[in-house]
Design a protein. Sequence first.
Length: 104
Amino acid sequence: MPRNALLLLSRLLLAALFVPSGFHALADIAGTSGYFAGLGLPLPTLVAWATGLFELIAGLLILVGFKHSQMLMKDIAISGGFLALAMAGAGAWSADGRVVAGRA
């Protein structure tokens, strides 16, 4: 398969993660807002709209390949942070650290 076809397929698969999620969040804004309210987030309706729009727009930008290089560096940095947390845990100065130590 040609390189450009593989890159297009990659963008299609990545966009398939974000676009439907954003669409569903916006299609049921009351449900999305209720979910965020249940998490205790302030301004759940605003957060629901912002999250849904971000997922939808980010998915479309990935699909068309807009600003890929800038997004790649951000994604690598975020992935590195998550990898560090997955490997080392949250640490003693965290809610998880208090639970493990039996002080929660």
